[in-house]
Design a protein around this ligand. Structure first.
Ligand SMILES: [Zn+2]
Length: 408
């Protein structure tokens, strides 16, 4: 049985239903047998469309869960399937794998249509909810960009880069390469290398002694002198360079944000404005595929903003006196930082021969709140596990690099 034998009988349910109608359409029933359905296949079952989907599959380890009636099989045989409806309104039940038994391959197309409508309904609802929340959120974001806390962090970053370029460069390097871990390069005695050398000399001496019986004394003395000569430069203590861990930069994410904490927020703002503009544009009907791409972008941008603000909160730790003192001690010993550093209160000072250079670090940094971001994220399908995404793992270590501002 196929398309050729029964042209146009099995109906495609989509028949160009509008998005507005789609919103009210019900696709799933939880108790199909509660509907007034025909226990046998109705006469004109070929005119049917899919009305609902049901899936009463029990959780694993639950035994004896009853099956649902199948009008095709004439008994209870499935946990999931379809409620069908003929063109004169008669309902009947069809197990999920009985559709193609009954209708042939046509059924797969009809089922696909039905599922596409279900998908689209999900997106259309998301668009409606998202658009309702967007204007408020964009307003919050606009004030966040101009927030004094963000400005403070921005100036601390600029001051370090401008006034203490060597220290700044070393911090940025440590943050990028080693998650903020600092090292000092030390020259240390290499005892292992000295031991290896002694072993090597011992072996050479033994070989020289063994060779004594095989040659003239003159020849042997020449060999011995060659060996002494070769060792003349290879004695004394051996040293190596070692990187010694020297603590961590705390709250330093604001130093490596590209292009800068404020600029990063502005970039997110632009991206969100453009997403809003497109979603709000009623002049054309967007495809489901478009929504499938657009919503993850929206969620990523929102999570990116949340993550940015969380990592900027840590910037207050950077200016804490104890932390600054640690940094100053390290920087004074690290040759690349070029000089002596000290701390007075919340001021970091680079000692220069002419005049000390001083930066005052903000100690309390108040950051903007975005009260509606959670709602917008949830409207945009944040907890929608069906899309095969990683979900809310924004703090997961492995995904750090995907964010513009790592947490330190
Ligand atoms: Zn069946």
């Amino acid at each position: 049985m196929g398309l050729v034998e029964k042209p146009g009988l099995l109906q495609s349910a989509s028949a160009k239903i509008s998005d507005a109608d789609l919103i009210g359409r019900k696709f799933v029933v939880h108790d199909p047998e509660s509907l007034p359905y025909s226990r046998t296949l109705p006469e004109n079952y070929q005119t049917a469309t899919i009305e609902y989907w049901y899936d009463v599959t029990p959780p694993k380890n639950v035994r004896g869960h009853p099956y649902v009636w199948c009008s095709h099989d004439g008994k209870r045989t499935h946990w999931k399937g379809y409620v069908m409806k003929t063109e004169d309104g008669v309902l009947f039940l069809l197990g999920h794998d009985c559709g193609s038994d009954l209708y042939g391959l046509d059924f797969n197309l009809v089922a696909r249509d039905f599922n596409q409508m279900r998908d689209r309904q999900g997106y259309v609802l998301q668009v409606v909810e998202t658009l309702a929340l967007f204007p408020t959120f964009l307003g919050e974001l606009r004030s966040a960009v101009e927030h004094p806390g963000i400005q403070k962090i921005e100036s601390m970053r600029n001051a370090l880069g401008r006034s203490m370029p060597h220290l700044h460069h070393q911090l940025v390097t440590a943050l990028r390469r080693a998650d903020g871990q600092l090292f000092l390069t030390r020259r240390v005695r290499d005892y292992a290398a000295e031991r290896r050398r002694a072993d090597r000399h011992g072996a050479e001496d033994e070989e020289l002694n063994r060779a004594r019986s095989t040659m003239t004394l003159t020849r042997w003395k020449d060999l011995r002198d060659d060996l002494r000569y070769a060792r003349a430069d290879d004695k004394g203590e051996l040293y190596k360079f070692e990187e010694v861990p020297a603590g961590y930069v705390r709250g330093g994410a604001f130093l490596i944000v590209k292009p800068s904490p404020q600029e990063a927020l502005i970039d997110y703002q632009k991206e969100l404005q453009s997403i809003y503009h497109e979603l709000n544009d009623q002049s054309c009907r967007r495809s489901t595929a478009y929504y499938r791409l657009q919503f993850p972008k929206l969620r990523d941008a929102l999570r990116g903003i949340e993550h940015s603000l969380r990592s900027l909160k840590a910037a207050a730790l950077f200016g804490e006196e104890q932390h600054l003192q640690g940094l100053a001690r390290w920087a004074s010993q690290e040759a690349e930082c070029q000089g002596q550093y000290r701390v007075e209160g919340n001021r970091l000072i680079w000692e220069r021969s002419r005049q000390d250079i001083m930066i005052e670090m903000p100690t309390d940094i108040d950051l903007p709140e975005l009260p509606s971001i959670k709602n917008l994220l949830s409207a945009a399908g944040e907890n929608d596990g069906t899309l095969g995404e990683s979900g809310d793992q924004s703090l997961d270590h492995s995904s750090r690099s995907e964010f513009r501002m790592p947490i330190l």
